[in-house]
Design a protein around this ligand. Sequence first.
Ligand SMILES: [Zn+2]
Ligand SMILES: [Zn+2]
Length: 327
Amino acid sequence: MSSLNDALNVVQDAVTGFIGVDVATIKQAVIASGGQQAWDVITYLTNPKVLLMALIPCLIIERLRPAAPHQAHRTGGLLLDFLYPIPRILIPTAFLGLGTMLAMYIYKTYLPFLNTGLLDNKPLWVQTLGAFIVSDFMFYWSHRIRHEVRWFWYFHAIHHSQKHLNPATTHRTHPIETIISGAIRTIPIAFVGGSYPAWVLFVVLNNFWGYFIHANIRTNLGWLGNFIVSPQYHRVHHSTLEEHFDINYGERLVIWDKLFGTYCPDRQVYPPTGIPNAAWIEENSNNPVKIPLYYLKQMAYPFVRIGQSVKETGRLALARLRAPSQA
Ligand SMILES: [Zn+2]
Ligand SMILES: [Zn+2]
């Protein structure tokens, strides 16, 4: 394990050197503004062993109670799901946790007037709960925007392209999408305040839940599922059936979908998942040699689509400009 850590450190140093950010400097800045506890928490919770502890129960329950019993286990898509988090692993500690701490540091240092201090000096559990609710609300809207704004959808489509949902699908996100949603999710920090440990605890525990709701597990969590997102609930969000398009955006709490009219009341359905007619971005081979090529293709996909859409908009605008003179 130590040689693995050494290897990771070497790569991390290379990455941080490349982007011009030094881990020690970030750590110092975070600790200087009261973040020692947060640094300890994030270091512990992003330890590969701890992440594995969150993943293993999901894998066991999948075998005992699968939503799609005949789902293939060894697919190219699964390999890809494991390839996606690699850029994040290479960035020091956990990208999201670190991002949250950095955002908090920037807000506190440069934009202190934004802070209403609503969560400041409250017990840690109140702050964590507050962080959970506010951030989940922001997640709902950031997720909805990623479906309803076409350019954002091109990035989010990568996440939906997995036909065989599994815990690792939670990692299948385009890096640009991770940055977009991360930025939206950390905005509440500026408004409600609270401590580093509360926000970091929330962000990391949040990641654990992602494994569970993407797992191939047949459960709607019974009465609890009326309040908390279950694997059945999120499976409907990933459905290929038209009647399920653009619903169940919530990732932790169900209340936002109920409030904003995007709730699917059918709690018994376990639909097929993926994107209909998505030949361009789907991986259709298990060949491990081809997987990196699919990965690169999926990385390029949103930019290709945005390019096409800019070209099309330009063509239409030109046609409109020319139309009156021809009349
Ligand atoms: Zn989605
Ligand atoms: Zn999902």
